[in-house]
Design a protein around this ligand. Structure first.
Ligand code: DTR
Ligand code: CA
Ligand code: ZN
Ligand code: ZN
Length: 329
């Protein structure tokens, strides 16, 4: 099934499915009428609520890791590898197939952590990721412990639900984003083209718990064909929550960029960094106008106190809903 059809069908909340035994989105053989897709059915189960307490517990662990390792979780420092080991251990215990991909940047070894849920059509892969490294100045709890912890908890929810998705689900925790999107670029550039063509979309989550939050959805404008469906799928949960969102043009400022350059549809969520919240935004979202979305961006004060729990909860739940929709949970 063409990418756009796949994502459009998923975004519509229905999947054209053949008889029960259909396990792929490939068009059924024309010669086999029995395989003719039945009427569209709502085959997408509702995503579970992601417990914000669990997400915050992961942030507390990442904070402890930073505190015990020189105050940061930066590329090439012990706190980064300890962060990888924390996430990987929980994914292994939950039944994921995990892979550590190493690379070198600035003379130090970096690591990408890939985790695949071993079910669903491997020819139709939906990826969700975010960077796990911090800057050297601090623990990086909002940037990007927030995205990393939410992704981990969504992955654990998939396992708890024992999901049998139509499509394949793969998570990525990227290294050395703060050195210039190094880990995600290494991953995409070293992926064989056949594997690259199996990725139907990439969702990026970098800073989703900012203390003075905005609710931003990555704009599909200027992005690869198919990105508009991802934009719609990511905006829908907030509409259901009654939370207005704004589109943000993310350019090359995070790990979606390498996927976009490879022509893979991208989407993502963001609660803001050094930018200043406007009066109009404060009117609709609360918080403080004239103040940065995250005053501790790239600073030592980016600790577990630098998180807005409501924003983190809403974004975590939105990630789960988008994943369930796109993989056909
Ligand atoms: N570059 C990210 C923070 C960041 C700044 N603008 C955007 C837009 C979309 C996602 C992330 C960001 C970082 O410092 O990790
Ligand atoms: Ca929740
Ligand atoms: Zn950063
Ligand atoms: Zn970041």
């Amino acid at each position: 099934m063409r990418t756009r059809t796949l994502l459009a069908a998923a975004a519509a909340g229905v999947l054209l499915v053949g008889p029960v035994q259909a396990t792929s989105l490939a068009e059924p053989a024309a010669t086999n009428p029995a395989a003719t897709p039945s009427a569209p059915v709502s085959a997408v189960l509702a995503a579970p609520d992601i417990p914000i307490a669990n997400v915050r517990a992961h942030l507390t662990q990442l904070q402890t890791i930073a505190t015990n390792n020189g105050g940061n979780r930066a590329h090439g420092r012990p706190g980064y590898r300890a962060s990888v080991d924390y996430i990987r251990a929980r994914l292994d215990a939950a039944g994921y197939t995990t892979t550590l991909q190493s690379f070198t940047s600035g003379g130090a070894t970096g690591y990408n952590l890939l985790a695949e849920w071993p079910r669903g059509d491997a020819n139709n892969v939906i990826m969700a990721g975010g960077h796990l490294d911090s800057v050297t100045a601090g623990p990086g709890i909002n940037d990007n412990g927030s995205g990393s912890a939410a992704l981990l908890e969504v992955a654990l929810a998939v396992s708890r639900q024992n999901l049998t998705p139509t499509n394949r689900l793969r998570f990525g925790w990227w290294g050395a984003e703060e050195r210039g999107l190094v880990g995600s670029t290494y991953y995409v550039n070293n992926l064989p083209s056949a594997d690259r063509s199996r990725i139907r979309g990439y969702l990026n989550f970098d800073m989703i718990g900012s203390p003075n939050p905005g609710y931003f959805v990555y704009s599909a404008s200027g992005q690869p064909s198919g990105s508009a469906e991802l934009q719609r799928v990511l905006a829908a949960p907030f509409a259901a929550m009654g939370v207005p969102t704004e589109l943000t043009s993310v350019g090359g400022r995070s790990d979606h960029a390498a996927f976009a350059r490879a022509g893979i549809p991208i989407g993502g969520l963001f609660t803001g960094a050094e930018g200043t919240k406007t009066s109009a935004q404060a009117q609709k979202w609360g918080g403080t106008a004239g103040q940065a979305y995250d005053r501790c961006y790239h600073a030592s004060c980016d600790t577990t106190s630098n998180i807005n729990a409501t924003a983190l909860d809403r974004n975590s739940d939105a990630i789960a809903q988008a994943v369930w929709t796109l993989v056909g949970g």
